[in-house]
Design a protein around this ligand. Sequence first.
Ligand SMILES: [Zn+2]
Ligand SMILES: [Zn+2]
Length: 261
Amino acid sequence: MSFVLSDEMLGTFVPILIYWLYSGIYVLLERFENYRFHTRKEEEEKNLVSKKTVVKGVLLQQFTQAVVSIILFNVTGDASGAATDSNASLIVLARQFITAMVALDTWQYFMHRYLHYNKFLYKHIHSQHHRLVVPYAYGALYNHPLEGLLIDTVGGALSFLLSGMSPRTSIYFFSFAIIKAVDDHCGLWLPGNLFQVFFNNNTAYHDVHHQLHGNKYNFSQPFFVVWDKILGTYMPYTLEKREGGGFEARPIKNYMNNKDN
Ligand SMILES: [Zn+2]
Ligand SMILES: [Zn+2]
């Protein structure tokens, strides 16, 4: 029983549960056309994959990652880390969270960018995620299983190990990271959304990446935009009113032209 409810198991399964719960809220909200980046018609026309296939793909992805995580936990860890939580001060927890965020962002930026630059890997692996030209919340983890392992599982393991956080803290960290990933794909610009207030890397930023013209920009995910800015892959955009209601994250064209020249 203790194995079933161990922090390692919760750290594996709570984020999966949260993924579907948080996405479910967005399924209810996506009918509000006035907050959408793309119309429903655009979603139907541009996306190259059905919603049913996306759900199946995400479930396969989550299953694969859960199996690998459990194996990793069993090979590398023990459950004793949980005891350190009660002793950890807020400062220590904040430091662990920030370290894990930086580690995850760094890993994901370089892997994500490489999956775009390497034509073979893009064609056979990462293009699956980009079948969603118009992203929606539960499409966040619609990836090739190998991409999930490479970007999410390895990135998660690195951030966990480098930050020194306990398995219990990791439940909160991985839940936070998954909520952020879902939010970045929600395709809605809602008033009062704290992720959109506090993070420059948000759903508008990632929407630019999902568009065809954004394919070589805005690789940073899921938290910051630092690597894009340092390495010249940052695509600024303006948030405009879309014809017929809603919003549009419009890349600044001069910037695109300069980059292309
Ligand atoms: Zn991409
Ligand atoms: Zn995406």
